[in-house]
Design a protein around this ligand. Structure first.
Ligand SMILES: C[S@@+](CC[C@H](N)C(=O)[O-])C[C@H]1O[C@@H](n2cnc3c(N)ncnc32)[C@H](O)[C@@H]1O
Length: 393
């Protein structure tokens, strides 16, 4: 973890941008009588039109940005994912469609479509829904450059679609959902939100509202452990309603979420006593969400038990849960990496490097998980054939 003083300095434009957003947050705090909860702060910091991290044109992804994601640095990730998508699309028939949530730079969509074309399994339509209007432009550019002949199949949505048959996919979107933070104080649950002092944003606690209190008590019940005094963590209180609205879009088919996270019993361990919240700024990570507001990403690990519960509540079945490594190997990673005829040495080495980054336990292999949620879909899913971790949820 980087300490604040070691972060790269801001340019004058960046500092001015952040100060404008901080003023807006302060105005919101004043109108809320001095305190807003962390989920609201996170929403303002990430999605305020024209100013929030995801809405204001910053570079974000890749070497010149703040963080990298698997499809950005390892195209073989999307090729493997395409094999799972192809299996489902074939089963559902030629009218099946796909919806990608939070498509980032559009790289995964481009690589997926290219591989699905190769496999003769293109969806009837590929829809993208992203909270960020700014990223939508970047996605359009990427797809027009990489797969121009498939562009007519791609549609950008302004809201959730009517129920359809097909696949919904999202890589690293669950971790960007707003979380509420809490702190245990003498057996009481406090909400850790944002206030201001002498014109500066500051973390401040109030007694938790009923929804957050119930969520924390549920964690204690499910883990069988009373969270100790001083314990701080976060909970995505809005997840059930968000997931339900997504799941309702699927009349028949599969939802696939890939993200870093844990089952509830491992997430809320006593020793993880300051939670999982992380901020990303120019490839450094730290836990001060009030720093560089609007210029850094804010994320939290995913409680996959909560995802499974919300899915069941929404009438879906949990059809698979496994590590990213096992999922990708189940989808044929080995064949992609060993099928190197005609490739230069440097390309082969690059493929091996991608495979290692995606699968090694110390890299992304175990930290990232894949969960499949299904409705009216009973066929086996190849990505989950090697290792089934549903019993851990
Ligand atoms: C960390 S980025 C991941 C981007 C891309 N999937 C990748 O793997 O490179 C998170 C993405 O999710 C989008 N996002 C966050 N919350 C969302 C939501 N509720 N609905 C749709 N998109 C969302 C962001 O705008 C951004 O494109």
């Amino acid at each position: 973890m980087t300490v604040a003083s070691e972060l790269p300095p801001l340019t004058p434009d960046e500092a001015a941008h952040s100060a404008t957003l901080v003023d807006l947050v302060r105005t919101r705090i004043e109108s809320a009588r001095g305190w807003i909860d962390f989920a609201e702060f996170m929403n303002l910091a990430l999605y305020t039109p024209g100013l929030g991290y995801y809405s204001a044109g910053a570079r974000k992804f890749g070497a010149a940005g703040d963080f990298v994601t698997a499809p950005e640095v390892a195209p073989v990730f999307s090729r493997c994912l395409a094999m799972q998508c192809a299996e489902v699309l074939r089963e559902l028939g030629p009218a099946a469609r796909m919806l990608e949530l939070g498509a980032g730079s559009g790289v995964m969509a481009a690589d997926l479509l290219a591989e699905l074309e190769q496999q003769g399994a293109l969806p009837a339509a590929y829809c993208i829904l992203d909270l960020s209007a700014d990223l939508r432009e970047r996605q359009q550019e990427t797809l027009a450059r990489r797969v121009p002949h498939l562009l007519q199949r791609v549609h950008w949505l302004d809201g959730l679609p009517e129920p359809f048959e097909g696949l919904i996919i999202a890589n690293e979107v669950l971790d960007a959902l707003n979380v509420e933070r809490f702190a245990m104080r003498g057996g009481q649950v406090n909400a850790l939100g944002v206030s201001q002092e002498l014109g500066r944003l500051t973390l401040a606690e109030v007694r938790a509202g009923a929804r957050l209190e119930a969520a924390v008590r549920r964690i204690e019940r499910d883990t069988g452990v009373a969270l100790p005094d001083g314990y701080e963590s976060e909970v995505c209180v809005g997840l059930p309603s968000w997931l339900q609205s997504i799941a309702q879009c699927l009349a028949r088919g599969v939802l696939l979420f890939v993200d870093y996270g844990l089952p509830r019993r491992e997430y809320y361990l006593a020793e993880r006593s300051s939670g999982t919240l992380l901020c990303h700024f120019r490839h450094r990570f730290h836990d001060d969400a009030l720093l560089h507001v609007g210029l850094q990403d804010i994320t939290a690990w995913v409680d996959f038990t909560a995802v499974a519960e919300a899915a069941v509540e929404a009438g879906c079945e949990v059809a698979g849960y496994t590590t990213q490594a096992h999922f990708l190997i189940g989808c044929g990673l080995e064949q992609f990496v060993s099928n190197v005829d005609g490739l230069e040495l440097v390309e082969r080495l690059n493929l091996s490097r991608q495979a290692m980054m995606l699968t090694l336990p110390g890299e992304m292999g175990e930290r990232f998980k894949v969960i499949a949620l299904a409705r009216e879909y009973a066929s086996p899913l190849r990505g989950f054939a090697l290792r089934d971790l549903r019993h851990t949820l």
